[in-house]
Design a binder for this molecule. Sequence first.
Ligand SMILES: [Zn+2]
Length: 110
Amino acid sequence: MFLIHCPYCGEHREEEEFHAAGQAHLPRPLDPDSMTDEEWGNFLFYRKNPRGEHRELWVHAAGCRKFFNVVRNTQTYEIYGTYKVGEMLEFDGAPEVGPTGSVMNWKSPS
Ligand SMILES: [Zn+2]
């Protein structure tokens, strides 16, 4: 079991309270009617499946029920950070996790 920080509640809560909801930062097509079936199918069904850093949408299902973004390592399950929808969290280079499990090299939001 591990703890996930909800950026809305501001607390670390048990992972059982959360559900993953797929890849984050997927721009919705502005004009779906102009897309081919293949383009629309790619938007609906094709997602990245990287080894390493991945940005995902999660929901605090048993808490505030809000969606937020998680930066997670798909190989180690390490969570580098969480942030609200509409925000973006950047690293200064590759994410470096310190001894307490928190990322050491966040870029502060501008
Ligand atoms: Zn919450």
